[in-house]
Design a protein around this ligand. Structure first.
Ligand code: 6MZ
Length: 348
């Protein structure tokens, strides 16, 4: 047991590497330790660990992945739960060497527990502030997420909520995420909400999947792209989509384990990281759902390095360049760049 845990842990170099995490869904990031605490709080739900995580070597359809989130949502339905989950997740990222984190989550209302969407976001902000006050060495920002399953009206409400918090959170709420089951709804119906978000100064990170929809959404243009699995010609995309991404210099958030376990990419070696990395396009390694997919950011960097033959120097550069893609202002970028300089090993 101990040996297998050791085997799965990333090497020291990757754990000590300072990292930037830009694509992490809160409820997908809940660790097994935190799930354990939630299960103890809610024994009547009869939820077991195997229902909240996809282990080593396992694959699921994307639809099955979305079922897993539903189970976790049952476990996380009060402000108290959200506070615990968010502080645990932030501390775990910090312990993994993440120096800057953009967490994203879909505000939920739970009639049974009196949880409101506003209370949901406030609680996450509280968790971020608590971790800061406790001296955690990590700068955390928040992206309010739209789950496309909830339709256009909710999308617009979510943008208004995000707008409110962007103005009142002292810079902690920096943007908007569009996520959820890509087979539900159409991006064109969400355009007015996304356009409004953009106009009011929220940064946009969009999960791009369907081709026709991607073309439309790229015209906004978004500030970052989540996954971007089907953009390039070799996987059924097109050169014109690639050209739009390159012309607007839109960074990609790439999540290797998530894509392989969720079967949107056939294998690690066929992951589109290679395509974009070879183009020299800004590509940021991320976890997506570290709890559900049983990973962490150190492992993802190590996986990218071993799969695509990256030297340590190249890995260092990759993590450093992620700073250019963050949504926080330039002053934060400067601080992070200095941190990377201070932490750089003398000899690599
Ligand atoms: C699309 C995803 C996702 O918001 O409750 N989510 N959306 N693709 C993915 N790749 C596997 N992983 C997570 O976190 C869970 C929610 O994040 C989105 C889904 O809407 C999911 O319900 P929060 O914190």
């Amino acid at each position: 047991m101990f040996a297998s845990v050791m085997e799965n842990e990333a090497d020291v170099f990757y754990r000590e590497l300072p990292k930037v995490e830009l694509h992490a869904h809160l409820n997908g990031s809940v660790s097994s330790q935190t799930i354990e605490k939630l299960i103890v709080r809610k024994p009547h739900l009869n939820i077991e660990h195997s229902m909240t995580a996809i282990g080593k070597g396992q694959r699921r359809t994307l639809d099955e992945c979305f079922q897993v989130f539903k189970v976790i949502h049952q476990l996380v339905d009060t402000e108290e739960d959200i506070l615990m989950v968010a502080t645990d997740v932030i501390k775990e990222f910090a312990a993994d060497g993440v120096k800057y984190l953009e967490l994203r989550s879909t505000p939920r209302e739970e009639k049974n527990t009196g949880l409101s969407k506003k209370g949901y976001v406030e609680t996450i902000i509280k968790a971020i502030q608590q971790c800061k006050n406790e001296g955690e060495d990590i700068d955390v920002r928040f992206l309010v997420a739209i789950d496309r399953r909830n339709g256009t009206e909710v999308a617009m409400e979510t943008v208004k909520l995000a707008e409110e918090f962007m103005l009142s959170s002292g810079g902690l709420v920096v943007g908007l995420d569009l996520s959820g089951d890509p087979t539900v709804g159409h991006g064109k119906d969400l355009l007015p909400a996304l356009q409004r978000a953009k106009n009011c100064g929220l940064k946009l990170s969009l999960h791009l999947s369907e081709l026709e929809e991607s073309d439309l959404l790229l015209n906004l243009p978004p500030d970052r792209i989540g996954h971007g699995t089907f953009l390039h010609p070799e996987v059924g995309g097109s050169q014109s989509l690639v050209d739009k991404v390159v012309k607007n210099n839109i960074p990609l958030e790439l999540c290797l384990t998530s894509n392989v376990k969720g079967q949107t990419v056939p294998s690690y070696s066929k992951h589109h990281f290679e395509y974009w990395y070879q183009l020299g396009h800004p590509s940021v390694i991320c976890t997506d759902d570290k709890g559900v997919f049983c990973t962490d950011l150190s492992k993802e960097y190590q996986l990218a390095a071993s799969t695509f033959g990256l030297s340590r120097e190249a890995v260092w550069k990759l993590s450093q360049q992620a700073i250019d893609c963050i949504f926080a202002p330039d002053t934060v970028k400067q601080q992070l760049r200095q941190k990377w300089v201070d932490l750089q090993p003398q000899q690599q």
